[in-house]
Design a protein around this ligand. Structure first.
Ligand SMILES: [Zn+2]
Length: 455
C-alpha cells in the first residue's frame, strides 16, 4: 500500500509540475492583468467594476470551463468619485491636495467656504458644540485607537456628533510623506458618511494647523461624487471545473476583483485575478480533469470589508462542508514566497507532501502559519468557517509604495513574479483537487475559538 500511494503521489506531483511549468513559460497571467487594468479602477458598485466582472466571465467562458455564473449581492449604495477641489481661501490663497473619502456624499453644487476648526483628538470632550457650527472640521492625524472595525465605529460616531453640532464637512489628513494620498473611506462599508468628508495630504493639514495658530483659516471645498439613489447590486464571478471522480467536493480559488481608484488596482488586485484566471486556463487546458471540482471565485467588495466573499459564504453555507480548501491570492507581485495557512499547522502538514517539490522549483516553497494577513483579505470568511485556507505569500517590502495609491499601475508589476505566483496557485489547486486522500479537516466552532484566542 505504501508503495502504491507513493507512486500515486509522484504522478500527482508530475502533473502539477507540468501545469506550473506551462503557466511560467506560456501562461497568460500578464495579458490578463494588462487587459483588466486597461478597463480601469474597479471600485465596488461602480460601472467599471461591472465591466470588469463581465470581462472576467468572458475569459472563463473562452477557456471552456463547466459553468460560469454571476452571483449578486447587495451593498447599501454604489459610489464613484467624480471630482474634488479644496483651497485655503484666507488668510492666504493656496491649493490643497484633496480627494473625497470613499462613500462621502457630495457637497452642495459649487461647494462652500467655511472656517476650519482643528480637533486635537478623536474625542469631542472639552470641545464646545457652538465652536463646530458652520465649520469644516480637521481631524487629527492617524486613526482612532483599536482595530479597523472599532476605529470605524468610533469615526462614524464622531461624524454623527459633528453633524448634530452643525459642522459642514470633515477633512482627514493622510499619513503619507510628501502630501501623498492613500485611498480609503471614513470607515469600512458602503453606507454613505453622514457629512461630506475629504482626505488631504499630511503637509497640507500641518500647514492649516500652523496658520490656525495665528488666527482664523478659511477653506473652500467642493466634493462631487456619483451615488446610487438606493441599494446597488454587485456581482461576484464564479466559474467551475467539474471534477471527474468526486465532483461534489471542491477546491475554491479566489481573488478580489474590486480595487481602489487612485491607480488601476494592478497589484491590488488585478494580478491576483490574473493568477486565478491563469490557474483556470491552465487546468481547463490540461488533458485530464482533476479528481475533485475546482471553483474559481472573483470577489467584489473586498476593500469595503470582504463583502463579496462574506456574501458567498452566507449564500453557500449549506454546502461549505464540501470545500476541501480555499486558496486566496491578494499579495501583489513581490517575489512569491509560498503559502500561509493562518493558524493551521495541520493545513501546512497536509499541503506539503502534495506540492512542496513543485513550489521549490518555483522558488516559492516556504509555508508558515502566520495570522498577520489572513483576516485582511477574502480568506477571512473561510478561515472563520473552519475551512483549510491557504493565502499566497509574497515579499511585501515594497508593497506599501503602491498599496491603494496612484502608483498601483501595471508598469510596477513584476511579470516573472506574477507568472510564478500564477503557477503556484494553479499547481497547488490542482494538487489538492487531485490528491487521493483527504486534505486537512474542517475545524469545529470550539477549535476555531481556541485558534482565534491565539491571535
Ligand atoms: Zn487587496
Amino acid at each position: 500500500m505504501r508503495r502504491i500511494s507513493g507512486i500515486a503521489v509522484l504522478l500527482v506531483a508530475a502533473s502539477s509540475l507540468d501545469l506550473a511549468r506551462s503557466s511560467v513559460s506560456h501562461g497568460k497571467s500578464l495579458e490578463y492583468a494588462t487587459e483588466l487594468t486597461a478597463i480601469g479602477p474597479r471600485v465596488t458598485g461602480s460601472r467599471t467594476y461591472e465591466r470588469a466582472a463581465e470581462w472576467s466571465a468572458e475569459q472563463f467562458r473562452a477557456m471552456g470551463v463547466t459553468r460560469v455564473a454571476m452571483e449578486p449581492f447587495t451593498i447599501e449604495r454604489g459610489w464613484e468619485r467624480v471630482s474634488a477641489q479644496a483651497r485655503i481661501a484666507a488668510p492666504l490663497n493656496r491649493p490643497l491636495h484633496v480627494e473625497s473619502l470613499a462613500w462621502s456624499p457630495s457637497t452642495p453644487e459649487g461647494g462652500f467656504d467655511a472656517d476650519v476648526i482643528a480637533l486635537e483628538s478623536f474625542s469631542l470632550d472639552g470641545v464646545a458644540a457652538r465652536s463646530l457650527r458652520g465649520r469644516i472640521v480637521l481631524l487629527p492625524e492617524g486613526d482612532p485607537p483599536g482595530n479597523p472595525i472599532s476605529a470605524g465605529k468610533a469615526t462614524n460616531a464622531l461624524a454623527a456628533r459633528l453633524r448634530a453640532a452643525g459642522a459642514l464637512a470633515i477633512l482627514a489628513p493622510d499619513g503619507e510623506a510628501d502630501n501623498g494620498l492613500t485611498a480609503r473611506g471614513l470607515s469600512f462599508g458602503t453606507a454613505l458618511s453622514v457629512l461630506p468628508a475629504g482626505q488631504i495630504g499630511r503637509d497640507d493639514a500641518r500647514a492649516i494647523r500652523e496658520l490656525l495658530a495665528g488666527g482664523p483659516v478659511r477653506v473652500s471645498l467642493e466634493l462631487t461624487n456619483r451615488i446610487t439613489p438606493a441599494a446597488a447590486i454587485v456581482n461576484n464571478v464564479i466559474a467551475d471545473i467539474r471534477g471527474r471522480d468526486r465532483p461534489d467536493e471542491w477546491v475554491v480559488v479566489g481573488a478580489h476583483l474590486d480595487s481602489w481608484d487612485f491607480g488601476t488596482g494592478a497589484q491590488d488586485n488585478a494580478t491576483g485575478v490574473a493568477m486565478v484566471l491563469e490557474a483556470a486556463r491552465a487546468i481547463a487546458a490540461f488533458e485530464q480533469r482533476p479528481r475533485r471540482s475546482i471553483r474559481f471565485a472573483l470577489w467584489g467588495g473586498e476593500e469595503q470589508g470582504q463583502l463579496g466573499s462574506n456574501a458567498y459564504a452566507r449564500a453557500h453555507a449549506a454546502e461549505q462542508h464540501r470545500v476541501v480548501a480555499y486558496l486566496n491570492t491578494d499579495a501583489g507581485t513581490g517575489r512569491t514566497i509560498g503559502w500561509t495557512a493562518p493558524g493551521r499547522a495541520d493545513v501546512v502538514r497536509a499541503a506539503r507532501p502534495l506540492i512542496q517539490g513543485v513550489l521549490d522549483e518555483l522558488g516559492a516553497g516556504t509555508f508558515d502559519e502566520s495570522l498577520r494577513y489572513g483576516f485582511q483579505s477574502d480568506g477571512a470568511p473561510f478561515i472563520l468557517a473552519g475551512i483549510p485556507t491557504l493565502d499566497l505569500n509574497a515579499d511585501d517590502t515594497k508593497y506599501e509604495e503602491i498599496h491603494h495609491k496612484a502608483a498601483d499601475t501595471i508598469d510596477r508589476v513584476d511579470a516573472r513574479n506574477l507568472a510564478a505566483g500564477a503557477a503556484a496557485v494553479a499547481a497547488t489547486a490542482h494538487a489538492i483537487a487531485e490528491s487521493a486522500g483527504r486534505f486537512a479537516p474542517h475545524l469545529d466552532q470550539r477549535a476555531m475559538e481556541r485558534m482565534m484566542n491565539r491571535r
